[in-house]
Design a protein around this ligand. Structure first.
Ligand code: F6P
Ligand code: MN
Length: 301
């Protein structure tokens, strides 16, 4: 089944239109990476100024989203202030997650949260979320509150289209893989202790350095991804609005759980657009175990 048909049957009209716009723009990002990142020289007949790939992706998605007429605002990791428009959906996005991995050809990603409130808002105001992987395949993984579904980009005659790859994806409860960001020496002690317990339980360390890519394999195999609290940076690195909450929403729809070490990521009310949180996300049992151990240490005198 093709994307537009699936969306017509399974998504609210506004989120269907926004998802279609993101799908088309994501192919534009993907084909531009070798040029905009300077790996190939760009031949640009109009002589436009070169933009870095993350700024290029940001602008492409902002245009695609605002041209639907459906967004109230688009907030992005790449912009200080949201772009305001006339519709009703607030979109928060990380237009190119892992952009420092371009030269090594590790997977990249894009993350989108569709919020029903003015931003900043908590994950409880999400009506849907979506992430794109630019890896071995370009995929769209999304949820509008009724399960997690996935499409893959394929050649369709002279153009590309998105075909259904999976419906109602569920994260395995039996964990297989883990990936933790940041330097080990900086992790808070309960995170280090938990990390040391994973290999003896048969889990394998898999880390590519792009949140979307690292989370995507956790969703497929079961396990945990974390960018944890650091001793000198207790609120971690990843942004609540653009990264943590949209992925936590999808993860919860897949049967998993995401925590900041003291509670559900979706309950955080960020005070600012760029607020960060420690993130522990994946199979519910494993994440709850780590959350329990971090919370009990925080309560200790
Ligand atoms: O968006 C930030 C990011 O690039 C994530 O994609 C990734 O998980 C993290 O940073 C990696 O950070 P570090 O290099 O510190 O492990
Ligand atoms: Mn990112």
């Amino acid at each position: 089944m093709k994307l537009d048909e699936f969306l017509r049957l399974n998504a609210p009209d506004d989120l269907a239109a926004l998802t279609s716009a993101i799908a088309a723009a994501s192919l534009g990002v993907w084909e531009s990476v070798p040029f905009k990142s300077g790996l190939l020289s760009e031949t640009n007949p109009s002589g436009e100024t070169q933009k870095a790939i993350d700024v290029f992706s940001n602008d492409l998605f902002v245009d695609a989203l605002t041209s639907t007429g459906l967004v109230a605002e688009v907030a992005s990791e790449e912009m200080e202030e949201p772009v305001v428009s006339k519709g009703s959906v607030s979109v928060a996005m990380d237009p190119l997650d892992g952009s420092s991995n371009v030269e090594t050809n590790n997977p990249l990603g894009s993350i989108f949260g569709f919020y029903t409130r003015k931003l900043p808002a908590s994950g409880r105001a999400l009506a849907g979320a979506l992430y794109v992987t630019y890896g071995t395949m370009v995929t769209l993984t999304f949820s509008f509150g009724k399960g997690v579904h996935r499409f893959v980009a394929v050649r369709d005659g002279s153009a590309m289209s998105f075909q259904l790859l999976g419906v109602n994806l569920k994260i395995p409860e039996k964990p297989e893989v883990y990936g933790f960001g940041g330097a080990r020496a900086d992790w808070i002690p309960p995170v280090s202790a938990f990390w040391h317990s994973l290999e003896p339980r048969g889990l394998r360390n898999r880390y590519c350095g792009t949140f979307v890519g690292d989370y995507n394999q956790v969703l497929a195999r079961g396990g945990i991804f974390s960018y944890p609290a650091l001793t000198k940076k207790p609120r971690g690195k990843l942004r609540v609005l653009y990264e943590c909450a949209p992925m936590a929403y999808i993860n919860e729809q897949a049967g998993g759980y995401a925590s900041d070490g003291s509670g559900n990521i979706l309950d955080i009310e960020p005070a600012g657009l760029a607020e960060t949180a420690p993130l522990y996300i994946g199979s519910a049992g494993l994440v709850r175990e780590l959350e329990g151990s971090i919370s009990s240490k925080q309560r200790a005198p």
